[in-house]
Design a protein around this ligand. Structure first.
Ligand code: SF4
Length: 342
């Protein structure tokens, strides 16, 4: 799926705005996000926590936290706007056409329900004609399909009897039970060790290759993105700041923030030293600076950066970046005000 030729759009998010707070001047959490996910494509949605990446994808399924609302925009799925759906219309989409995997399995696995029954319930919710015994058989097959050993016995167990990695596999089995066209995986490997991480990534890859499922991988870890994604979208302070094919973003990142993230990857840290980090912190949504929200952390900032919001402009085939610099310097290191590598 790599390369610049794009598949048919499956989900098109246009000018999405999410906000919180009362009155005519709410706090903007997500500000004008455009994102297209193609059929069978893996998109890595990357950024530090608070950048709005999870909120963006949750809004599509009507799963926004209390107090956060849609302030505008569209999320087109088969030509109709999911943001306008009520709960009843969203139900067949959620868990049916779109599956979701979270970092914390407790968000998806009820501790009082047997693991297999989660899959049975999901299957029968979306296929009323399916008998309980047939659904049970499919649940066992689904657990086997994600590498849960002894799946018939494991299906009868409760979530607390599963290890962290096994719970994550079970959650993926629930999410894939109805062969969704899109899987949203929100930091699915963050709490897991490296070996299990690799296995979970393999499952996502298999879902794409064998079921043709498109995947949005939400993560702060560009290393994960490199392993599995076709395209990358980088978010900062509620906006997309760079997007493009994965090889291009890794080879020629145009935005200083992306370059900082790339330089912060663990393998670049010298053994025994602290992990390098981008200097400073992302701003709180209510305190985002004027102009480019990254300017207080950016060593390359120009005078206009604190005044004018940069818009996404074309940097190559399928590659867009929102930065006033036309061509950043060659090095990928030290593009932030405190130096990327510390
Ligand atoms: Fe933002 Fe300016 Fe730095 Fe580009 S150069 S990231 S516009 S502060």
């Amino acid at each position: 799926m790599s390369g610049t030729r794009r598949p048919e759009p499956l989900l098109e998010i246009r000018d999405l705005r999410l906000e919180t707070g009362p009155g005519p001047d709410p706090v903007r959490l997500v500000d004008g996000v455009d994102l297209t996910i193609g059929a069978g494509e893996v998109l890595g949605l990357v950024g530090e926590s608070g950048s709005g990446k999870s909120l963006t994808m949750r809004s599509v399924l009507g799963l926004l936290p209390t107090g956060v609302r849609v302030g505008g925009g569209e999320a087109l799925w088969d030509g109709s706007d999911l943001l306008a759906y009520d709960e009843k219309r969203l139900r067949p989409v959620r868990g049916g056409e779109v599956g979701m995997v979270f970092q914390d399995p407790s968000q998806a696995l009820d501790p009082l329900m047997r693991v297999g029954d989660h899959i049975v319930e999901t299957l029968r919710l979306h296929d009323r004609g399916l008998s309980r015994s047939a659904a049970r058989e499919r649940a066992v097959a689904a657990l086997a399909g994600v590498g849960v050993p002894d799946p018939a016995r494991r299906a009868r167990q409760y979530p607390h009897e599963f290890s962290g990695g096994m719970k994550q596999r079970a959650m993926i089995a629930v999410a894939l039970a109805n062969r969704p066209r899109l899987l949203i995986a929100d930091e699915p490997t963050t709490a897991l060790d490296v070996t299990i991480q690799a296995q979970i990534l393999d499952l996502l890859r298999t879902a794409r290759d064998e079921l043709g499922t498109a995947v949005v991988l939400i993560t702060h870890d560009l290393g994960l993105v490199a392993e599995i994604s076709d395209r990358v979208a980088v978010m900062y302070a509620g906006r997309i700041v760079e997007t493009g094919p994965v090889e291009r973003i890794f080879r020629e990142p145009a935005h200083p923030y992306t370059r900082g993230l790339l330089a912060s990857r663990p393998h670049l840290a010298a053994r025994g030293t602290d992990l390098p980090a981008i200097g400073g912190q992302p701003p709180a949504p209510a305190q985002r600076p004027s102009g480019c929200a990254f300017h207080p952390r950016c060593a390359l900032a120009l005078p206009e950066c604190s005044v004018q919001v940069p818009t996404l402009t074309i940097r190559g085939a399928g590659h867009l970046a929102a930065c006033h610099l036309e061509a950043p310097p060659e090095t990928t290191a030290d593009t932030t005000s405190e130096g990327v590598l510390r």
